[in-house]
Design a protein around this ligand. Sequence first.
Ligand code: LLP
Length: 447
Amino acid sequence: MSMEASPGVLPAQDAALGVNEAGHLTVAGCDAVELARRFGTPLYVLDELAVRGRCRAYRREMGAFGSDHGVIYASKAFMAKGICRLMDQEGMHLDVVSGGELFTAMSAAFPPERIFFHGNNKTPEEITYALEAGIGRFVVDNPAELELLEERAARRGVRAAALLRITPGIEAHTHEYVRTGSIDSKFGFTLATGEAMAGVRRALELAHVELKGLHCHIGSQILETEPFALAARVMVDLLAQIRRESGICLGEVDLGGGLGIRYTAEDRPPTVTEFAVATAGTVRRRAEELGLESPRVLVEPGRSIVGEAGVTLYTVGSAKEIPGVRYYLGVDGGMGDNPRPALYGAVYRGLLADRPLAAPEGTVTVAGHCCESGDVLVRDLPLPHARRGEILAVLATGAYNYSMASDYNRFPRPAAVLVREGRARLLIRRETYQDVAALDELPEMQP
Ligand code: LLP
């Protein structure tokens, strides 16, 4: 029997989950039923101290291997101005992948020198915008972009600090990774074909690009440390090869993000300490073996910073029972606020916020409200019999939920609140019907 099927046990998450005197679920001391009443549903709830705790753990554990090591928050996981402010306060760097993410960071007065700009097809306009903003690093993805960056930086009379994104031939997914045969990626300079070395040589020739180091990212929701250690080793070996060939010792290596989180009771992700040992620890050891000066190590977590800190609250509505087949429990959100189950078959845990410790009376399939059969949020969730108006909490929704939300079917996107020590503050306001239709024009037209 899985943990959530037994009464009296709340799943372990980064978010501080509890039960108050009313018997309701609490998140960081806030009554979830009360939050739903006050802010409406669906509602994204983010435990602020849980997020800060993860940032601090990453900075502490990476810092143990080198005082100049850095942690870059991958903002694609959950981007909002308030998140940028929090990341700034925590001394984090920021990974952006678009002009829109860069604009959000700049609007929140995030220090541009701590911004890393990613993406496999940055437009000339985005590059110019980033140069104007004075960002810290361009993570150059391909040969054409390298030339484009040179041209744009020359035009402005500046030197752009850059890392080259390398495809190291290691690709990791949940529970498995492959060492070879994964050169088929749209990202990066391929190591196996010699493209990576050629890119480094070219970058070193350019007058307006200052090559600071290398980058790689091997996947997401990775639940073991081995692929990280392998990638770290491959990257240090490449640094050594560069030194042999050019005499130049590049000083930075960014090993990307990818550490997994607990979506189900079976998920056992490595700790941040284990992740730091696999990345920074491996880099240090391999550099020593090769007689190389140990480079500055950066990592780029997204999901493992915000994922488990988030909970989404929904109001239960209509139910449909098909005897002997399935019990559908309808809620007022769905693939618009969380497209991950529909997109990736992602699995979530949920519980009734009104009675989180009540024993399950059966399994339900939580159906979203979109006009599409595939809009199912959770399949076969053990739950007490839920009544219309009760609040369902879906856990571990802090990453890639709000950031991937849409207003499909023109359902307004939910609000997001930050909770801390019993206080809730609005992080993102709820969209209105006016917002949903705000960009529409009514062109003149003849019948
Ligand atoms: N760095 C780079 C270059 C990345 O592409 C990513 C994620 C990260 C860092 C952060 O990875 P994380 O620590 O969050 O695993 N939408 C998908 C996830 C896509 C991840 C894309 N890149 C999902 O919902 O599972």
